[in-house]
Design a protein around this ligand. Sequence first.
Ligand SMILES: NC(=O)c1ccc[n+]([C@@H]2O[C@H](COP(=O)([O-])OP(=O)(O)OC[C@H]3O[C@@H](n4cnc5c(N)ncnc54)[C@H](OP(=O)(O)O)[C@@H]3O)[C@@H](O)[C@H]2O)c1
Length: 335
Amino acid sequence: MHSVFLLGFGGVGRALARQLVAARELHAARRNLRLEVVGISDSSAIIYDQHGLSDDAILGMIAQKSAGQKLSGPASQPISAIHEVVAQLPPRSIVVDTTATAQAVPVLLAAKAAGHAVVLANKLPLAGDLAWWDAITAGASRWETTCGSAMPVISTLTTLLDAGDQVHKIEGSLSGTLAYLAAQLEAGKPFGDAVREAKRLGYTEPDPRQDLGGRDAGRKALILARMLGYRIGMDEVSIESLYPASMDGLSVDEFLREVDSLNDMMARRAAELSAGGKKLRYAAVVQDGKCELKLLGADPSTKLGAIQASDSIVVFTTQHFSSNPLAVSGRGAGQ
Ligand SMILES: NC(=O)c1ccc[n+]([C@@H]2O[C@H](COP(=O)([O-])OP(=O)(O)OC[C@H]3O[C@@H](n4cnc5c(N)ncnc54)[C@H](OP(=O)(O)O)[C@@H]3O)[C@@H](O)[C@H]2O)c1
């Protein structure tokens, strides 16, 4: 039996809780395992019971949060009590961070110091200070869904590294939104139309600049680079933004109007990069100590060039997988 504490109860946290409840028999049959959820928190409250929350109580909290309410219940404590609660966790618990905030970092560090395991969907703690990286990734930790969502990217890289394979290069298309925009540009669509369409379809954050700036994909690439032993930070990741910094001061509506001013420049760039039948990709390249994200033209005969524009892919070129690199591809987004 392992006790599990869920830090964050948004889309991903609730999907995980649903999965934990639904997989009771599977876990018992395949692993002789029971994962007892002892606590759930959102940004304002913690529900904690060291003996474990019943599945009915968990499903009730999922319904409560899905209806837009805050977590509440008889055993509710304010989120400010989080350190006291973590200090009470049973030995060898698992703390799962599905928040999207660096405020989780002190909680994770305290959990690690107390000998608990941590599991992250949240990229921020792993893309921050190297001291956080060292502490959080030491020992029993997992961060599979930080890169490529449910695709087994992190476990594949871990397996290669554990086997002593030399990883020479990692290339990846790690943002569904940027992959969509690259495909639209390649098809000749004006950049502004493509951005507005992506927003209308719900592919972008409410402010599309958060996607166009490439920082989220940059964090994923940094996590892969750090797994290779690169001692670098976000400020050393070279990220091509698909809009100029001069547009940062605009409101979202102003940006969505003025983005058309980028149409000619982006069309020229797309034409240059896709000349000769190349496929336009917004890709991360991790190689020779450097981590870079940019628009590039991929040969259609390569794995990066051959995927469907809407899919994510990570390609590992290694000592063992050299002429035919190892690729993990598929649906790289979603809860
Ligand atoms: N969505 C995906 O497809 C996907 C895939 C892979 C990884 N991820 C990553 O998974 C994480 C969660 O994504 P999401 O879509 O579930 O986000 P979300 O819906 O915004 O959920 C975030 C949750 O964190 C809670 N929270 C915020 N500050 C907190 C704090 N200080 N202490 C405790 N809880 C706090 C929020 O509380 P409230 O409910 O009170 O606001 C909310 O429940 C993100 O880091 C994301 O990058 C997402």
